[in-house]
Design a protein around this ligand. Structure first.
Ligand SMILES: [Mg+2]
Length: 244
């Protein structure tokens, strides 16, 4: 069995993107009810506000409240309207209260348990607030399978961060490791660039931000994490994944 398997958290083991999507949809509908067109709302939110706030706050839920509030305020400014305090507060609230309890994907924890029982496995996640992210992992039940000292949370999943993680866990040859995750940008490309193996899981349509061209086509794809684990644990899976 390989030396180390690195498993992503958000949208690999738990549903995260759908919560973000639902919160945005609620914001867009609220702003449409205020008389702003869907086209104007999408343009201001997607093209102006989100890029700026991602740069300021990084990944994670904490940008959503300022992002939602700012989208409303900029729309008002663009159209010469005076912002309404109540509407502004409603928008901010939609961005503040949407995360809730992590929604574990069916079979994902059982699959993680099966994997960790037979091969060195760590959780490798990207978040700008590591303590908050660790609390979400604990809420999801992940830390009962992978203890916190086997969890690595980095602000940005670059190839350098990937290599530093391998180094931290004593892996000398990146080719002995396998990254499993849902993002071409954050999981597949950094792993391939570092010389590791990679398995993409696509439980639902990838967020446009994550869906960048792969640096090579030398990775496997499965619909879900449990299917990826089935493959890794099956006889012959090793040989097929090693096809490089
Ligand atoms: Mg992810």
């Amino acid at each position: 069995m390989r030396e180390l398997v690195l498993v992503d958290f958000d949208d690999t083991l738990v549903e995260t993107a759908p919560s973000f999507h639902e919160a945005r949809e609620a914001l867009f509908q609220r702003l449409e009810a205020e008389g702003f067109s869907r086209k104007a709302v999408r343009r201001v939110h997607h093209q102006e506000v989100e890029p700026e706030l991602l740069a300021l706050f990084g990944m994670g839920p904490f940008r959503m409240e300022p992002s939602f509030l700012d989208t409303y305020l900029r729309l008002c400014r663009d159209q010469g309207r005076t912002p309404d305090h109540g509407v502004a507060e409603e928008c901010a609230t939609l961005g503040r209260d949407f995360m809730g309890h992590p929604r574990v994907m069916p079979g994902s924890l059982e699959a993680l348990d099966r994997l960790a029982a037979v091969t060195p496995t760590i959780l490798y996640s990207q978040a700008s607030h590591p303590l908050y992210q660790l609390a979400r992992m604990r809420d999801a039940g992940v830390t009962r399978i992978i203890p916190p000292d086997r969890i690595r949370i980095t602000p940005l999943k670059t190839a350098a961060a990937f290599l530093a993680t391998l180094d931290h866990f004593g892996v000398r040859n990146p080719g002995d490791s396998t990254m499993i995750g849902n993002s071409l940008r954050s999981d597949i490309n950094p792993a391939l660039t570092a010389g590791a193996r990679a398995i993409l899981v696509e439980p639902y349509e990838m967020w446009h931000y994550d869906n960048v061209p792969p640096v090579s086509l030398d990775f496997l794809r499965f619909s879900t994490f449990p299917e990826a684990v089935d493959h890794l644990l099956a006889d012959g899976g090793e040989a097929e994944t090693a096809r490089r």
